[in-house]
Design a protein around this ligand. Structure first.
Ligand code: PLP
Length: 405
């Protein structure tokens, strides 16, 4: 295709709604954990498309599934079901606590379905008074109006008129703050089993088990948003599997499609039955192309090789980041779990996470931030160890330059 205009970063400002401020770099191709931009400069990818590309870029199993399905059937709508959706749903229920699956197209949509289901379940089973949703400060659940209001940063939900009501926010890792809010009028407690966007914060065992108990005491559903933590990211298929706590509803997206948009809500038969015919839906949910790719991603990730590999690779990151810190003293803490890692900046570098990201980019390394003070890494779960080593070298160069500046 020939275009009669330059396709560059300036074009973004001309034709795109200004809600994003993307990098000046425009990647055009990628393989595994390496990415190349329009000028053919190479980058190592420690960002993984924000915890999405769980098998790197253009993984042969995913490319094969996409091409294969592309020659068969692309879209049907929910007036008909399809084979890839059925196969993926069966694999999800066979591998988790859940009996039923609802497919969506994103994390936010999966959460939207979860929150609507929780409200409908409560209305049907307990009556109209039971509508309170408790979520957590700094939590993140997406950008639809319901999900962003459940999310714990008012800055994201302010300025759009009246908000969905009866949503309260407790403090993560503070069980007393949940106790202070919860009652028999609570229909659901919604939480990430490790806060991602909010700063890579792991729950303490007492806290997460305590939340489960409080939900049981008050007949409230426990909803785990595993959009960022799910599909192997923390070294288990889903994070709940290593926490000794089982939710009533779980949402999954991001890595589920390995880079193809898909999300899902998982729950039990008893709860699922309240989303009766016609109560909720989506044109694209369960799209055959998306489900075929997700099935290939799921089959590849849900193996001991990949899941055990996450811990090994995480150890390389932690050792490498600690070594960088010994030399340059820029982090006060390196935290997280599996391949969701946060390097917290010391007081000298408060608010400068973006500077680290930009400096890394200049050295050929793609990283992420989680707020203004944390550099975040969410690489492919199968990133080659050599790429980790080389990426960390590039990161060290970036850190050294920032420290010297
Ligand atoms: N929930 C969590 C925990 C997330 O991290 C995100 C995205 O960062 C979302 C929900 C929203 O997902 P999406 O952007 O696919 O709507």
């Amino acid at each position: 295709m020939t275009n009669h205009f330059p396709v560059n970063r300036e074009l973004f400002d001309d034709v795109m709604v200004p809600n994003y401020a993307p990098s000046t770099v425009i990647p055009v191709r990628a393989q595994g954990s390496r990415v190349w931009d329009q000028q053919d400069k190479e980058y190592i990818d420690f960002a993984g498309g924000i915890a999405v590309n769980c098998l790197g870029h253009c993984h042969p199993a995913l490319v094969g599934a996409l091409k294969d399905q592309a020659d068969k059937i692309w879209h049907l709508s929910n007036v008909m079901t399809n084979e890839p959706a059925l196969r993926l749903a069966k694999k999800l229920v066979d591998s988790t606590f859940a009996d039923k699956v609802y497919f969506a197209n994103s994390g936010a949509e999966s959460n939207e379905a979860a929150f609507k289901l929780a409200r409908r379940w409560a209305l049907d089973v307990h009556g109209a008074d039971k509508s309170q949703i408790i979520a957590f400060k700094q939590g993140f659940h997406g950008r639809t109006f319901f999900t962003v209001t459940v999310g714990g940063q008012v800055a994201y939900s302010d300025g759009f008129g009246p908000k969905p009501g009866d949503i309260a926010h407790a403090e993560y890792n503070n069980l007393d703050s949940v106790k202070a809010l919860i009652s028999d009028k609570t229909c659901a407690v919604v939480m990430e089993p490790l806060q991602g966007e909010g700063g890579i914060i792991s729950p303490t065992e007492d806290f997460i088990k305590g939340v489960r108990e409080l939900c049981n005491q008050h007949n409230a559903l426990l909803v785990f948003d595993e959009v960022q933590t799910g599909v192997g990211r923390l070294g288990h298929l889903y994070a709940y599997m290593d926490l000794g706590v089982t939710p009533d509803i779980l949402t999954t997206a991001k890595a589920l499609g390995g880079g193809f948009p898909i999300g899902a809500m998982l729950t039990t038969t008893e709860i699922a039955k309240h989303l009766k015919i016609g109560t909720h839906g989506s044109t694209y949910g369960g799209n055959p192309l998306a489900c075929a790719v997700a099935e290939a991603a799921f089959d590849t990730v849900n193996t001991p090789e990949v899941l055990n590999g996450v811990q090994e690779k995480a150890a390389l990151y932690i050792a490498g980041l600690n070594a960088i810190n010994e030399k340059h003293n820029v982090f006060s803490e390196i935290r997280g779990k599996g391949l969701l890692i946060g390097a917290v900046l010391t007081s000298d570098y408060q608010g400068r996470a973006k500077d680290f990201l930009n400096a890394a980019m200049a050295e050929g390394l793609m990283a992420l931030v989680a707020g203004a003070n944390i550099v975040r890494f969410a690489p492919s779960l199968v990133i080659p160890n050599e790429d980790i080593a080389e990426g960390l070298q590039r990161f060290e160069k970036a850190v050294a330059k920032l420290v010297a500046a």
